[in-house]
Write a protein that binds this ligand. Structure first.
Ligand SMILES: Nc1ncnc2c1ncn2[C@@H]1O[C@H](COP(=O)(O)OP(=O)(O)O)[C@@H](O)[C@H]1O
Ligand SMILES: O=C(O)C1=C[C@@H](OP(=O)(O)O)[C@@H](O)[C@H](O)C1
Ligand SMILES: [Mg+2]
Length: 203
């Protein structure tokens, strides 16, 4: 996907809204399903560009003082989604660097509207690779179940249109390394790469 017109729908009035590019906020926002590499590529991008990383899953756990798995089990998914909506809104308002969202953040219409105008990159992944990457990780409560592959396919069917709605760029991640993806995102979004001391030694 190349640059797209960041058009979305006002969550209150349902009127189409064409957002102007925002001039403050994160340098780049990463969206995509679990296992697409948002957290890993986000960390690599932050290192590459010498900018801070923020991951809304970490923010939610810090604020709640517990794990995402505990929030899902103890309070339920709707409670988690409310915390997530607030965490994304705060990070969009406050964070100037690389921002990785949780895979389900785009389920919120308010969040999708808030993302309009921000430089959003969608990391895509096939169901086969996505399931391999997340495995049966219990810290991803949505993936715990009898048939993770069917769960993951259903998740992709629901969400791929939403990732595409909010993103200006799309990167297929199945056969790319985290480092190559970080460079590709930095190039597309025109982020300046800052050589780390380790890279400098090879010059
Ligand atoms: N491009 C990639 N190639 C190989 N492994 C990857 C890639 N991206 C992510 N992974 C691995 O997949 C797992 C999930 O990655 P993570 O960054 O946590 O994804 P997300 O935040 O999108 O759920 C981690 O073990 C990570 O090392
Ligand atoms: O897809 C989802 O609904 C979720 C994805 C997770 O983040 P990652 O996409 O970083 O794994 C985390 O927010 C939570 O377990 C719910
Ligand atoms: Mg993550």
């Amino acid at each position: 996907m190349g640059p797209t017109d960041p058009t979305t729908t006002d969550p209150i009035t349902a009127d189409p809204v064409t957002a102007d590019p925002v001039t403050t906020g994160p340098l780049v926002v990463l969206v995509g399903p679990p296992g697409s590499g948002k957290s890993s590529v986000g960390a690599a991008l932050a290192r590459l560009t010498g900018t801070p990383l923020r991951d809304t899953d970490t923010d939610i756990e810090t604020r709640a003082g517990t794990t995402i798995a505990e929030i899902f089990t103890g309070r339920g998914e709707p409670a988690f989604r409310e915390l997530e909506e607030q965490a994304v809104a705060d990070a969009l308002a406050e964070h100037p660097g690389v921002l990785a969202l949780g895979g389900g953040a785009v389920l919120s219409a308010r969040t999708r509207a808030r993302l309009a105008g921000h430089p959003v990159a969608y990391l895509s992944v096939s169901a086969t690779t996505g399931v391999q990457r997340v495995g049966l990780a219990s810290h991803r409560p949505l993936m715990v179940g009898v048939n993770p592959r069917a769960t993951y396919r259903a998740l992709l069917a629901d969400r791929v249109p939403l990732y595409r709605e909010v993103a200006r760029w799309e990167f297929a991640t199945d056969t790319e390394s985290v480092a190559d993806l970080a460079r590709a995102v930095a190039d597309a979004v025109a982020l300046p790469a800052t050589p780390t001391p380790a890279e400098g030694q090879h010059r």
